[in-house]
Design a protein around this ligand. Structure first.
Ligand SMILES: CC(C)(COP(=O)(O)OP(=O)(O)OC[C@H]1O[C@@H](n2cnc3c(N)ncnc32)[C@H](O)[C@@H]1OP(=O)(O)O)[C@@H](O)C(=O)NCCC(=O)NCCS
Length: 182
């Protein structure tokens, strides 16, 4: 990020978690199935990315792109006729990046039984300007104790992502320096 963008970062007003929290709901149909007859994981991942993208755009007040998606967990199969609710919120913000946490719930479309959790994921979005360059984001202010816990957990994931990336780069650089190919 440029020095100009960094100084702008300090003046972008912060926003509460609740300002951008969003739920996207969708009924699963026969078009969404895999060869086993249950809903394709990629269909759920698309909904997760859509909901997280809406949250990142709302929080940052403009375009934001998916930088990474990790810890996508599928807990239960999703079936045709399930009404799927994808709940997303900004867990943490850096300078230009935001971690968005997503919880996927499902309930039968025509029954009044409670929805159960079928999946979850964490995505990192980068807010970008018209040239696609990272731009500063408002700092997120966690409102509830749950939001505060999610903020702290997101910081742990951020530390691990950076450490993993650094360690892999160091290993590759070392192998390259030793003349070892892929
Ligand atoms: C994401 C992107 C904007 C980052 O650009 P960059 O030039 O590497 O910029 P930076 O290194 O300054 O990274 C910007 C921020 O994103 C974060 N980031 C970048 N890559 C990341 C990754 N793989 N995982 C997690 N965070 C990442 C950085 O930590 C930084 O956060 P911070 O500003 O809060 O400290 C750029 O790689 C891009 O445009 N990727 C394609 C995005 C896209 O098209 N997504 C849709 C896929 S179909």
């Amino acid at each position: 990020m440029t020095d100009q963008a960094l100084s702008a970062h300090q003046t972008v007003p912060s926003k509460p978690t609740s300002a951008s929290r969003t739920t996207l709901s969708h009924i699963m149909t026969a078009h969404d199935t895999n060869l086993l007859g249950t809903v394709h994981g990629g269909v759920i991942m698309k909904l997760v990315d859509d909901a997280a993208g809406a949250v990142a755009g709302r929080h940052s007040g403009g375009p934001a792109v998916t930088a990474s998606m990790d810890e996508m967990v599928f807990l239960e199969p999703v079936r045709v006729g399930d009404l799927v609710h994808v709940r997303a919120q900004v867990n943490w913000t850096g300078r230009s990046s935001m971690e968005v946490g997503v919880r996927v719930m499902a309930e039968r479309w025509n029954e009044s039984t409670p929805a159960t959790q079928v999946g979850s994921a964490y995505l990192v979005f980068a807010a970008v300007d018209a040239e696609g360059k990272p731009r500063p984001v408002p700092q997120v202010v966690p409102g509830t104790e749950r939001d505060k816990r999610r903020y702290q957990e997101a910081q742990i994931r951020r530390t691990h992502r950076l450490a993993r990336r650094r360690a892999i780069k160091e290993l590759r650089d070392k192998r390259a320096a030793e003349g070892i190919g892929d």
